[in-house]
Design a binder for this molecule. Structure first.
Ligand SMILES: [Zn+2]
Length: 115
């Protein structure tokens, strides 16, 4: 078995550059798209240096939908649990309230910083 490294030609098979524009081939539908967030999801939003997902947005959402259909029982259970548990609902409401407050506070902080 050969070593699989980032430098191997395998890694670059799905990436090409045309007139300075990077393109990436989706590993699912084999179509070429510009390597931007418009067509691909980031691997990790907080770490953009990690790059893009190997499959395009369309295929990603298709795959997660397929997963949901195949695992519908699990999904249904999750929905039920979320909706029928008043304690959890209240917690969720509280969490959202706190999050909203934090966003407002952050905004105020930003504004005062600029001034
Ligand atoms: Zn695709």
């Amino acid at each position: 078995m050969g070593k699989y490294t980032k430098k191997s030609p395998k890694f670059f098979k799905n990436i090409r550059e045309i007139n300075g524009f990077k393109e990436r081939r989706c590993t699912q539908c084999k179509e070429w798209f510009p390597e931007t967030t418009e067509y691909f999801y980031m691997r990790n939003k907080s770490k953009p240096e990690k790059g893009f997902n190997p499959e395009c947005k369309k295929c990603s959402s298709k795959r997660s939908r397929k997963w949901a259909i195949n695992h519908w029982d699990i999904m249904k259970e999750c929905f039920k649990r979320n909706h029928k548990n008043p304690e959890r609902k209240a917690k969720e409401k509280e969490r959202k309230k706190i999050a909203k407050k934090q966003v407002i506070l952050l905004n105020i902080e930003e504004k005062t910083k600029i001034k």
